[in-house]
Design a protein around this ligand. Structure first.
Ligand code: 4AD
Ligand code: MG
Length: 478
């Protein structure tokens, strides 16, 4: 008999039909009621067994997290809490789970930190069930959004010889015996003899390759893993994260902002429309977590309200220069409450500043534009003032920067001049510069950190809890 998913069974009208269901036992009460879960929803299916007809040996094997298969009749439930239940006719243990050894006894609520150490089992909790179903929905919504807009999904390479961001925070990939690499005549490691015949890294961004594709297909996006060897042990940084990078020919900065805003609202709405139960569950979870905090640190809005708020309000658009003014004049700055005080134009914004703007000042998502060129990447389009570039960062409440993007410098001469100033060898990126030689045009794009989006929509507070197997400094388990 074909297996039905619990999510679908719970929506079925019971008529004593025979069905088969498989899953993992969440609990077993009074030797009669099994709460069964198969990951399709947080709602368990109640299985009713008749302990008089089952051997004691079998009953004892129905333990938390054992895998079972049940064939029985679907009936209206008399108990409260569920509309239907399955009266078991045939129950098979597929896999035992020794209650003495199983580390995840759901009775005493495990901490998120503890669950991170057993990330291979945390999928079986309600919290992580909800988080990863929402993550799945968001990923699907991203593809749906771009597909409906006629964008081409482009796979950019993971192994690369370029440093897209020019920030130098790359993981190096080599096949050499690192204790004994071949050297050239100058005593330097000779990458000509390495696997690719050159020095290679894991990509930090698919943007530069994405730009090449946009210069032929007009509108493309990438959605893939990216890697950063930045030693930031924060709740918002991962060494391996997923990034969505659209790149559009004939777009200017405003078009870029419009697209990013539309996309964020689309995917959040899609999650609310298609995953409301899980988000409601996470909203309650967050409320409970916040009860532990002092009143002043609790958020004013529930998770659900926060998401709806994001859909109902346009994002605030301000320039970097305006933002610096706001920060400099803020009481927070005057009372020296920032760790990094804002004194002069040109400083990079710290996350405390970003969060102040979003959470305290504007109280809504903010798009900051036109940053000083010194604190942004070489490829950003230079504004006429000679000081700023057509950059845009989107800042979200509780998250800080969620999107980073810009209009690109399409003028060959200006781009080369900037690269020379910063010291990026032109010959290394001659393929990139070719797009500016052959049919260059205004274009723009951005990168959305997928885990930061998932953080926002799930209301989780640590980025390690929204990716199945987080990679961070000193941690690469599983
Ligand atoms: O601002 P970033 O570095 O921009 C780029 O990589 C551009 N090439 C994007 C583009 O224009 N195509 O990164 C983009 C986003 C950030 O806004 C943030 O959401 C996320 O990627 N991000 C990280 N997420 C998790 N862990 C990290 N270490 C991250 N670094 C960046
Ligand atoms: Mg950035």
């Amino acid at each position: 008999m074909t297996r039905l998913r619990i999510k679908d069974i719970l929506k079925t009208t019971p008529a004593n039909q025979t069905i088969t269901v498989k899953g993992w036992v969440r609990s077993f009460r009074n030797k009669t009621f099994i709460a069964l879960n198969d990951g399709s929803t947080n709602n368990n299916l109640q299985i009713v067994v008749d302990f008089n007809t089952l051997p004691e040996e079998l009953l004892n094997r129905i333990t938390t997290s054992s895998a079972i298969s049940v064939t029985g009749t679907l009936a209206a439930s008399l108990g409260k809490g569920q509309a239907v239940e399955v009266i078991s006719k045939e129950l098979t243990i597929l896999g035992d789970s020794d209650p003495e050894k199983y580390p995840l006894q759901l009775k005493n609520k495990p901490s998120l930190e503890f669950l991170r150490e057993i990330a291979h089992l945390r999928f079986r909790t309600n919290t992580f069930g909800a988080v990863f179903r929402v993550r799945n929905t968001l990923a699907f919504a991203v593809h749906k959004f771009f597909n409906e807009k006629g964008f081409l999904y482009m796979h950019t390479p993971i192994l690369t010889s370029s440093d897209a961001e020019g920030a130098g925070e790359m993981f190096h990939v080599t096949n050499f015996d690192i204790a004994n690499p071949p050297k050239d005549e100058n005593g330097k490691v000779d990458y000509k003899q390495d696997f690719f015949g050159k020095s290679v890294n894991l990509t930090v961004s698919g943007q530069l390759e994405g730009e090449l594709a946009a210069m032929a297909f007009s509108d493309i996006y990438t959605f893939g893993p990216t890697f950063r060897a930045e030693n930031s042990n924060t709740a918002r940084h991962l060494a391996e994260f997923w990034m969505i990078e659209p790149e559009m020919a004939f777009y200017e900065l405003k078009d870029n902002m419009d697209l990013a805003e539309e996309m964020l609202q689309y995917v959040i709405k899609y999650a609310l429309d298609n995953n409301l139960e899980d988000i409601q569950f996470l909203s309650q979870r967050l409320e409970e977590e916040e009860k532990q905090k002092p009143q002043t640190e609790r958020s004013e809005l529930s998770l659900l309200d926060k998401l709806k708020f994001c859909l109902d309000n346009k994002f605030e658009r301000v320039t970097y220069t305006q933002a610096i003014e706001i920060l400099r004049e803020s009481n927070h700055n005057k009372k020296k409450k920032f760790q990094y005080l804002v004194d002069k134009w040109g400083v990079d914004l710290q996350s405390e500043h970003e969060r102040y703007l979003v959470e305290k000042h504007f109280k809504k998502p903010v798009i900051l534009t036109d940053y000083p060129k010194e604190i942004k990447s070489f490829y950003m389009r230079q504004n006429d003032d000679g000081k700023t570039v057509a950059a845009m960062d989107i800042l979200f409440p509780g998250i800080g920067e969620i999107v980073g993007g810009s209009q690109r410098e399409e003028r060959l001469e200006k781009l080369e001049t900037r690269m020379n100033e910063i010291g990026i060898p032109l010959h290394e990126l001659s393929w990139y510069l070719d797009t500016r030689r052959f049919g260059s045009c205004p274009h723009a794009g951005f990168g959305l950190g997928f885990e930061r989006l998932v953080l926002f929509v799930t209301g989780m507070t640590n980025i390690r809890d929204v990716i199945p197997f987080p990679r961070t400094p000193n941690n690469c388990e599983f």
